[in-house]
Design a binder for this molecule. Structure first.
Ligand code: NCD
Length: 338
């Protein structure tokens, strides 16, 4: 695809060569993310961050990635803080905000809303999550992480096994990741969820049509024994009709050190898009795994910066110039390397 000026709305717009290009550019962003060098390549550019649903890492890492390339960030957080609370349409908001920005990242509670917004925008729009539909940049950083973790074991994206656990019905990160995996070969997927929260049939069909082996189950312990990756997810309580209904499922599939040690192969990689629900009744990924070398959740968040920097550079057509406008940093803020 032609990245310059494009919107990033769905992973379906990527071909495999596009993924390879994004990952190559992401690899080159390491010195900037590690604060060894700074670049001014996006000096003067403005990112409009429009987050109409709660977010910590997606919003902050989009912003930090843009800052790391030398650009500035303007934010609107929460529908109540925007004129949408006064009934303003997506169309009008897009026309206005795109006059103030060079690129826009948007999160919105409704599926399809970011595409509607993008159709009216005069600058590229990146989908930071639209309802239960898609979260393309999370899928890219997840796939980038999987690739890196597998490389450490001499494996590749073309032959690996992954178990996805939790609310697979509403989880936009797993929807996007599965669609992206259709670009690769010989992936074995195990979907572990309560039957009511199963992966949408259309996604399962797409994976099977791509030649992948898919197993659907509601049994955790017996299904995580022979996988390279376990990808845990939160019950997406904000997508349920009532809190009571969401509560039925919280804490149903918990992964802790004891279960991991007893059932998983020792070097199985543990992933989660975060946030993990740390409340006692949920706790789908226990803190007793925090120091476990297989826990990749904070490697995922660090990788998110690299992938989002790569996308910004490519969408704004500067990926070849990042180093040209760089210099070493003067300060020392890191207690440990990332
Ligand atoms: C996810 C999201 O918002 O879809 N988080 C993220 O962006 N890293 C997952 C979640 O909220 O559970």
């Amino acid at each position: 695809m032609d990245f310059i000026g494009a919107n990033i709305l769905s992973v379906s717009q990527f071909e495999r060569a596009d993924i390879d290009r994004i990952f190559t550019v992401a690899d080159s962003m390491g010195p900037f993310a590690r604060r060894e060098k700074v670049t001014r390549v996006l000096e003067g550019a403005i990112l409009g961050n429009m987050f109409l649903e709660p977010s910590t890492r997606t919003r902050l890492s989009f912003g930090a990635a843009f800052n790391l390339l030398g650009g500035m960030v303007r934010e609107t957080v929460g529908i109540t803080a925007s004129a949408m609370a006064k009934g303003e349409s997506l169309y009008d908001t897009a026309r206005v905000l795109s006059g103030y920005s060079d690129i826009i990242c948007m999160r919105h509670p409704q599926a399809g809303s970011v595409a509607e917004f993008a159709a009216a925008s005069r600058v590229p729009v990146v989908n930071g999550g639209d309802g239960d539909n898609e979260h393309p940049t999370q899928a890219l950083l997840d796939l980038y992480t999987i690739r890196k973790e597998l490389a450490g074991k001499g494996r590749t994206l073309d032959d690996f096994r992954i178990a996805m656990i939790g609310d697979l019905k509403h989880g936009r990160t797993v929807h996007s990741l599965c669609k992206l995996l259709c670009l690769f070969d010989k992936v074995q997927l195990t979907f572990i969820s309560p039957p009511e929260l199963a992966m949408p049939e259309a996604v399962v069909e797409q994976l099977r049509a791509a030649g992948h082996q898919v197993t659907v189950t509601d049994q955790l312990e017996e299904s995580i024994g022979h996988v390279d990756i376990v990808y845990s997810t939160r019950i997406q309580e904000e997508r349920f009709a009532s809190q009571e209904e969401a509560n039925l499922y919280r804490g149903r599939f918990r992964l802790n050190r004891e279960i991991f040690t007893r059932h998983c192969e020792p070097n199985t990689v543990i992933m989660h898009p975060l946030p993990r629900d740390s409340r006692a009744e949920a706790n789908e990924l226990d803190t007793d795994l925090n120091e476990h070398p297989s826990l990749a959740i904070f490697r995922q968040t660090d990788n998110g910066l690299l992938v989002r920097m790569a996308l910004f550079a490519m969408l704004l057509g500067v990926e070849g110039d990042v180093d040209k406008y760089s210099r070493p940093v003067r300060w020392h803020s890191r207690r440990s390397p990332i």
